[in-house]
Design a protein around this ligand. Structure first.
Ligand code: PEP
Length: 265
């Protein structure tokens, strides 16, 4: 089963600043065993993990050794190519580690590090230029929600980032209401679907229907194995960006197997 438009669902685990490289190896080994046990079809539901920078090489090596079809993501990137940017990590370095997706605009970068749309758009462009896929995170705070409703801020954020991304560039959108991240209070599937449908309509306006049809839009914010199926049943939700629950291999594996909850199999 793929979503409308032939979009293959994607379940992505954002580890944030958790797990050193040894702990990362332990988690990926457990996840690998668990998904092999259930003969998970990675072509039917793609799985990605976004470890801290210092874990990427270890996870890459393990994924290759185990021939695991796990995709690798990074949590951030420099907008610059190379040079005197102490502490930054270039997109080309991530590409060398076989990173495929890079988060840009996560709320913890927007709010914790003061990142604005200009910088986020430059980062998305750098990811695309290095032949990787930006995962553009958008979402409203609780104040935005009460002042403007759910969709207005995410639509504005997406528009600003897409303004700078070359036509035809592949990207993923993660709709993550800020009030739902790490709070244990997920949006309702209907509420998330309403915003994701509007985000898809905006992509269609800006980039055309074909791009809107092929672009995956994920929901993120307190996703667990108990609520994931409700989101994935929605026409415009093509996966989940999972924070806290991705740190437990058993729980993340259950989330990846959301189709079992959908069909009851
Ligand atoms: C996130 O960090 O992107 C996230 C969605 O976190 P959590 O699942 O813990 O709410």
């Amino acid at each position: 089963m793929s979503q409308a438009g032939g979009r293959v669902p994607l379940i992505a685990g954002n580890w944030k600043m958790n797990l050193d490289h040894l702990q990362a190896i332990g988690l990926v080994q457990k996840l690998s065993w668990s998904l092999k046990d259930v003969k998970h079809d990675f072509g039917a539901v793609e799985v990605a993990v976004f470890p801290p920078f210092t874990d990427l090489r270890s996870v890459q090596t393990l994924v290759a050794a185990d021939k695991l079809a796990l995709r690798l993501g990074a949590q951030d990137v420099s907008p610059n190519q190379t040079g005197a940017f102490t502490g930054d990590v270039a997109a080309s370095f991530l590409k060398k580690l076989e990173v495929e997706h890079v988060l840009v605009g996560h709320s913890e970068r927007r709010h914790g590090h003061g990142e604005g749309s200009d910088l986020i758009a430059r980062k998305a462009r750098a990811v695309h230029a290095a032949d990787m896929i930006p995962m553009i995170c958008v979402g409203e705070t609780a104040d935005d929600l009460s002042e403007h409703g759910a969709a207005s801020v995410p639509l504005q954020q997406l528009t600003e980032v897409l303004a700078d991304l070359p036509a035809g560039a592949e990207f993923v959108v993660a709709y993550e209401p800020v009030w739902a991240i790490g709070s244990g209070e997920a949006a309702s599937p209907e509420q998330a679907e309403d915003v994701c449908g509007k985000l898809r309509a905006r992509i269609s306006e800006l980039r055309g229907e074909a791009d809107a049809d092929r672009t995956r839009i994920l929901y993120g914010g307190s996703v667990t194995s108990l609520n994931v199926a409700g989101f994935l049943r929605q026409a415009n939700i093509d996966g989940a960006l999972v924070g806290g629950a991705s740190l437990d291999a058993t729980e993340f594996s259950r989330i990846v197997q959301f189709k079992k909850h959908v069909t009851g199999a």
